[in-house]
Design a protein around this ligand. Structure first.
Ligand SMILES: *[C@@H]1O[C@H](CO)[C@@H](O)[C@H](O)[C@H]1NC(C)=O
Ligand SMILES: [Zn+2]
Length: 306
């Protein structure tokens, strides 16, 4: 790097200016680059990439976790009571790939209804939702085909509560996810670009197949081209999802972390017991856009000492 820089400065100031511009343009928008498979930037290295990410390495309550007899006897609780929630359709949202996940978000204003959940007496507002393929949480070691994360934040102390919904592929497309194939089409129409992304092995046979399909056909858009495309959504109606999940009952609760850098802890996790369906084409659209984006299981809590 030092060598290149001195050559550039010595050669010509015009070349130096052009080169500096290119470097600035390629810089990631915020924080150091991280991903799901890189030798130096994958999940095992997140905590070393930046002091702000150190919790990814040192945290003692990291997510995701496996839900099994052992974790259930130690820190995961099975909740059977309905979660208090107040959801209305969200207006003027946008679906986009942010470089790590397909996310749906919106800009609240003073007239926007705050979709909220209450855990005990604590209230959290829904701020965005996004997807992982395959699922991050596992049940008895098994991934689901995908996982939907509804991210909520407490307006006062900014702590987070996330509702995780395991997604199970089916042949028929599901109305709630109609924007996924629409976003995929828009990304491909915008730029016919292809790149092959390496993917760690997964145990969701469906996602494994889709990863192979998309990589072999060379249809996966580059992350850079995909992040530039927004698909506007006039209305997001959560009613069918909430109804299928019986008002967010039954579910598993535990205290964990963000599953992406900075891996902050004190996240109130609520993983739904019942999976929700997703159409195979919709899952294919997700895999095409975001590839493999599930963090490995975290065993930071270690074995039981009792
Ligand atoms: C939504 O919550 C924010 C605080 O996060 C508050 O400022 C705003 O007034 C609330 N909106 C409504 C319509 O209650
Ligand atoms: Zn997530």
């Amino acid at each position: 790097m030092k060598f290149i820089l001195s050559v550039v400065i010595a050669t010509s100031s015009l070349f130096a200016a052009v080169s500096a511009h290119a470097i600035v343009k390629r810089a990631p928008p915020s924080g150091p680059h991280w991903d799901y498979s890189g030798d130096k930037t994958g999940p095992d290295h997140w905590g070393l990439l930046d002091p702000a990410y150190v919790t990814c390495e040192t945290g003692m309550q990291q997510s995701p976790v496996d839900i099994n007899a052992q974790s259930l006897s130690r820190f995961v609780h099975c909740a059977k009571k309905a979660l208090t929630f107040d959801y209305e359709p969200v207006k003027d949202a946008v679906a986009h790939f942010n470089g790590h996940t397909v996310e749906i978000d919106w800009t609240p204003n003073s007239k926007t209804h705050n979709n909220s959940i209450a855990i005990g007496k604590k209230e959290y507002h829904l701020i965005q939702f996004h997807f992982h393929t395959p699922s991050e949480h596992r049940i008895n070691g098994r991934h689901a085909d995908g996982e939907l994360h509804l991210v909520h934040r407490n307006p006062v102390d900014k702590s987070l509560a996330v509702i995780g919904v395991l997604l199970q592929a089916q042949a028929r497309n599901v109305p709630f996810f109609h924007y996924l194939t629409a976003l995929q089409k828009k990304v491909h129409a915008d730029k016919r670009d292809s790149a092959v992304a390496a993917a760690p092995g997964t145990t969701s046979a469906v996602v494994d197949e889709l990863l192979k399909d998309s990589v072999c056909a060379g249809t996966q858009p580059t992350p850079q081209s995909a992040t530039k495309v927004d698909y506007p959504l006039k209305l997001v109606d959560f009613a069918p999802l909430v109804r299928a999940l019986k008002g967010f009952t039954p579910r598993w609760e535990y205290s964990g972390s963000l599953t992406t850098p900075p891996c902050s802890e004190n996240v109130a996790w609520n993983v739904m017991h019942d999976p929700y369906p997703i159409g195979l084409d919709q899952l294919r659209a997700l895999v095409d856009l975001q590839g493999y984006n599930a963090r490995d299981l975290e065993d930071s809590r270690g074995p039981a000492h009792e």
